[in-house]
Design a protein around this ligand. Structure first.
Ligand code: SF4
Length: 237
């Protein structure tokens, strides 16, 4: 997804250069930790909720991000209350067939490309097969590419195409669901192969990758060195 927005920015991330932390990203990570805790360990009572959030912050590395975000206790308390609101909606989602949360998917191709992903939750369907679910804590956006990549990884790892893949915005209630076909997964595999070929060619020939400006420039790790991005940032300002 990052590659489709801007190949050069995705290249920076691939090499471990990440953009600045943001409060929405912090909130999203914390909410996902709480959803996973609920599914794995059971419901969190209202009285224990703030403490559960603090435990997740401490055990997931979010405490290091708090320093980068210069987050005061009052801001943290506000974020915890926002996560509480999301959690109250989340508990109304059906849990039948739940098999695992934050499920890591991985596949090593014949030419040593390691494909990795982590899907928020996996459910077994009544009629057999699996449903892969991604929760969004903001708007739903356009989740198809991400879902199809999870479907591809699942099919490669489990040798079974998922029954369907689904994204749900816990905040807005929007939902996107699709049934991946073998042809869809073939298409995603071809796109990923193309991406890998382009990046390998750029690395071996020391060519610059294309830059594509957009709202995402604001979170780009190489914005300070990118003229295109700075023009976009100036327009957005
Ligand atoms: S600042 Fe924008 S255009 Fe420049 S590399 Fe980053 S995402 Fe691409």
């Amino acid at each position: 997804m990052a590659w489709k927005k801007c190949p050069d920015s995705a290249n920076a991330r691939l090499q471990g250069v990440y953009g600045p932390d943001t409060k929405p990203a912090f909130l999203g990570t914390l909410a996902h930790r709480i959803f996973s805790r609920h599914l794995d360990d059971g419901p969190i009572s209202p009285d224990d909720f703030a403490q559960a959030c603090r435990e997740e912050i401490g055990s997931s590395g979010l405490n290091y991000k708090m320093a980068g975000l210069e987050m005061k206790p009052s801001v943290l308390n506000g974020l915890i209350e926002e996560v509480r609101g999301l959690y109250e909606r989340f508990v109304n989602l059906p849990e039948e067939g739940f098999e695992g949360s934050e499920v890591e998917l991985e596949h090593l191709t014949d030419d040593k490309i390691q494909l990795v992903g982590k899907v928020d939750a996996v459910y077994r369907e009544d009629l057999g097969g699996h449903r892969l679910v991604d929760w969004k804590t903001g708007e739903l956006g356009e989740p198809e590419d991400q879902l199809m990549f999870y479907a591809l990884l699942w099919a490669l790892q489990e040798e079974d195409v998922p029954s369907y893949v689904e994204a749900i915005s816990v905040r807005t209630g929007e939902r996107y669901r699709t049934v991946p076909s073998t042809a869809d997964l073939q298409g995603v595999a071809e796109e990923v192969a193309e991406l890998v070929n382009e990046i390998r060619t750029a690395w071996s020939s020391h060519q610059e990758l294309p830059k594509k400006g957009g709202p995402w420039c604001m979170y780009c790790p190489i914005l300070p060195d990118c003229r295109e991005g700075q023009s976009v940032a100036a327009l957005l300002d």
